[in-house]
Design a protein around this ligand. Structure first.
Ligand code: FEO
Length: 416
């Protein structure tokens, strides 16, 4: 994206990747992404984050328009995910005297990612690094936004906060780097990607997001520099407030249970089971969302379904058994669910079958691997469901709703 001077001493030196359509083979990207990297110049020169390995040359070329990369004194790695740290070994070759600055939690990750020897210093909330007479860097530990080693970097005198993946979006704007440079007609697309990013990457850590927002609420911030997407220089407080609002929703609505039902159905039998289960859940006042997983699924559709699952307390997975396995679309979908923190969510499986229901066992195994609380029983029906057969799911749904609300379940048992 070329170099953009942000202030007297801060430069955007990262790169755009507008044509990327799937992130790490996991997340659909309708508007591409950017790998933001920032150079702060002073008596000491600091690079905040690098870029994905394949863009190393572009990053180095960008830095060279400002300083000789050999003059970089510090490279801050705000978390060790390779879309931001992948170029680090090569940047260290260009900047052999640089010390790598990391959170304590990153040490293990970094050493094992690169298998290299290099100088690094570990920082925490109390660390200050002077990079000039009136230039100070501080650090805000923000664990699990979204990695254990995530931290923010605060350039005190410029009131600039660099926030790793937080407050960012997979959105590569056509021109410029600032949020206020996004064309008006494009703003809704940007905001959708901003909220989807939160939903898929951050929502599961909502409590941690609230803790991080609280930590920075008394900082004076004129600029937010995230690691993906537009840089924010206006209405900064509002931008932070979006995260508080997004994170508060599930906390405030803890009493309202939500279940997503996804299914792939060969001849419509599993689909009938899905809608029967939905009607039973609705009758119990549970919020529901049902989605077919079709053979061809657009990125937008899949993102929406994943978003619904991320905000659900439980998920029911339906799949017809075919040749002792489940249909390909459901396998593909299960793969994409690796982007979602499913640990602790309740899960149940259902589906129609012909001569064995082996596919349901495979589903159960995969969901157990994802650390979901998988029901001990499943709901399977031979060939085509009749009304009587559908009604045989009473025990299944009772066990599932009991898992969603263990308190109510134990109260019911106590009353019996
Ligand atoms: Fe954009 Fe967590 O890396």
């Amino acid at each position: 994206m070329g170099v953009v001077k942000i202030s007297e001493n801060i430069y955007s030196v990262g790169v755009k990747h507008p044509n990327l359509r799937v992130f790490d083979l996991l997340m659909p990207l309708p508007h591409g992404t950017t790998y933001n990297s920032y150079l702060i110049t002073g008596e000491k020169n600091v690079l905040i984050d690098t870029v994905k390995l394949q863009f190393t040359d572009e990053l180095v070329a960008n830095i060279k328009t400002i300083i000789d990369p050999a003059k970089i004194d510090y490279i801050v790695i705000q978390h060790n995910e390779l879309d931001h740290s992948g170029a680090l070994p090569n940047i260290l070759k260009a900047a052999p005297n640089a010390k790598v600055v990391i959170a304590k939690a990153a040490e293990n990750f970094l050493v094992n990612s690169f298998n290299l020897k290099f100088d690094y210093i570990k920082v925490d909330d109390a660390t200050e690094i002077k990079i000039g007479p009136n230039q100070t860097l501080k650090f805000v530990m923000a664990p699990f936004l979204h990695w254990p080693d995530t931290m923010f970097t605060y350039y005190v005198e410029e009131k600039a906060l660099f926030t790793c993946d937080a407050f960012g979006a997979h959105y590569s704007q056509d021109s410029g780097v600032f949020k206020d440079e996004i064309q008006k007609s494009e703003y809704d697309n940007y905001f959708e990607q901003f909220s989807i990013y939160f939903a898929i990457i951050m929502r599961v850590y909502s409590e941690k997001v609230l803790a991080a927002v609280k930590k920075i609420e008394n900082l004076e911030i004129n600029l937010i520099g995230p690691s993906h997407g537009p840089i924010v220089r206006h209405d900064v407080k509002q931008h932070i407030e979006y995260y508080r609002e997004f994170a508060l929703k599930p906390v405030e609505n803890k009493e309202l249970k939500k279940v997503t039902i996804v299914y792939s159905s060969m001849y419509g039998s599993t689909m009938k089971m899905a809608y029967h289960l939905e009607s039973l859940l609705k009758n119990q006042g549970i919020q529901t969302y049902v989605a077919e997983i079709p053979f061809a699924m657009s990125a937008e559709y899949m993102t929406n379904v994943i978003k619904e699952i991320a905000s659900s307390d439980g998920v029911l997975f339906g799949a017809s058994t075919v040749c002792s396995t489940i249909l390909k679309p459901m396998w593909d979908f299960l793969f994409f669910l690796a982007t979602v923190q499913l640990k602790g969510k309740s899960a149940g499986v259902f589906g129609s079958y012909g001569w064995d229901a082996q596919g349901l066992k495979l589903l159960e195994q995969t969901l157990t691997n994802y650390k979901m609380n998988v029901m001990k029983t499943n709901f399977k029906l031979k060939f085509v469901p009749s009304q009587d057969k559908l009604e045989s799911c009473d025990e299944f749904i009772k066990e599932f709703t009991g898992m969603l609300d263990p308190k109510a379940s134990s109260e019911t048992k106590a009353a019996m």
